[in-house]
Design a binder for this molecule. Structure first.
Ligand code: SF4
Ligand code: SF4
Length: 367
């Protein structure tokens, strides 16, 4: 197939929408194909000759912004094609979350503004403080002198279920937009394995990302993501195990170090804290112009919030039995409340959409 790259490039309008601009760049890449082995975006791209809006959205959500294709590209500025595929796809990705998640205004607010997320955290702490005073239990021990277990469980169950319903609605709209088919166990299995290993963060030749300044390959971003993701899972498992111990055998917090909640929660908290600090370091060093600069502040605030939750959880463990438990617990729970309530509107939502994109990718690879 003979493709006139200059004709494609000439179609670059200065006021193109994010999707139109990404489509222009994808068409050039599809003709060039130099970066074919870099990530799952390129093999998926080669399955089409023309890209619908749904195709562009799907490819954008497959991209993990490793920036390898930018540093390999001969068509970046000052070349007249002005290729910057990592940025073009990042902008479509952010726009897709804002479009599919209801209400759109909130998504726009928290994606773009770190100050809004900081305000949500302060509001979460204030709400927890108010609940601790208004609903102070008459008796209880440990954490439950601050807020009864039933109150804590009810508040956080509600705060986590509602955002998950909002995200489920957004994923349904995404699925229809990208033309997804019926999901089988095989599709799900393939997507979960890729997500669990963070396979696409390893780079084409398992050398890692070009995320930090300049074009050197490093695995730092993959390892930091692994630490945060598995740390988060361990902390979640710790909470579930504590709830089971509380209700099933009436064994209440605080737990000893050699108990299931602590054996899961302490390593989880350490992994999340270290991974979060590394992600913050990488984000500060990375070139803003190769991502979506408009959401840099919101993304940084989200990583800070996640790291604060993990670090305050560890501090709480260290303070067991002291007077610092009460203020630390209110701070920790308030930050978690803010995390849950803003879940559909922060960078956290990328985990759900990336998984959906991997499922769709598994479908197109098998069809
Ligand atoms: S990013 Fe550049 S080098 Fe890579 S496929 Fe696209 S046009 Fe070719
Ligand atoms: S930035 Fe990385 S993941 Fe995204 S398209 Fe380029 S090579 Fe693929």
């Amino acid at each position: 197939m003979q493709v006139d790259l200059f004709a494609l490039a000439a179609a670059s309008p200065s006021e193109a929408t994010a999707t139109e601009e990404a489509r222009r760049q994808l068409e050039i890449c599809n003709a060039c194909r130099y970066c074919e082995g870099y990530c799952s975006v390129f093999p998926a791209m080669t399955l089409s000759r023309a890209f619908s809006d749904g195709d562009v959205t799907q490819l954008a959500n497959l991209c993990h912004n490793c920036r390898g294709c930018f540093h390999a590209c001969q068509y970046v500025e000052p070349h007249e094609f002005k290729l910057n595929l990592p940025r073009a796809l990042a902008e479509v990705r952010v726009e897709s979350w804002e479009t599919f998640i209801w209400p759109h205004g909130l998504a726009r607010l928290f994606q773009k503004s770190g100050v809004s997320l900081a305000a949500a955290m302060i509001a979460g702490i204030a709400l927890t403080l108010a609940a601790a005073y208004a609903l102070r239990p008459e008796n209880g021990q440990g954490f439950y002198t601050v807020l009864s277990h039933t109150m804590m469980a009810s508040l956080f169950s509600l705060a986590s279920v509602l955002p998950l319903i909002v995200i489920a609605g957004g994923l349904g709209r995404y699925w229809r937009h990208v033309g997804g088919d019926r999901v089988t166990l095989a599709h799900l299995r393939s997507a979960l394995i890729d997500a669990g290993k963070l396979k696409n963060l390893s780079g084409g030749a398992a050398k890692g990302c070009n995320y930090e300044k300049e074009d050197r390959f490093t695995m730092s971003r993959r390892w930091a993501h692994q630490a945060v993701m598995w740390g988060f899972m361990l902390c979640f498992a710790s909470t579930v195990s504590a709830t089971i111990l509380h209700y099933a055998i009436d064994l209440k917090a605080p737990y000893r170090l050699l108990s299931l909640p602590k054996l899961l929660g302490v390593p989880g908290g350490i992994l999340m804290t270290l991974g979060g600090i590394e992600l913050i370091r990488l984000k500060i060093r990375a070139e803003k112009a190769l991502g979506a600069p408009a959401v840099w502040g919101g993304e940084m605030a989200f990583v800070l919030l996640l790291t604060t939750i993990a670090a305050s959880g560890l501090a709480l463990y260290g303070a067991t039995g002291s007077a610092a438990v009460r203020p630390l617990l209110i701070f920790h729970l308030g930050a978690i409340l803010a995390f849950y309530l803003t879940l559909p509107y922060t960078k956290m939502v990328h985990a759900f959409f990336r998984l959906a994109a991997l499922v769709r990718d598994a479908q197109t690879r098998r069809d």
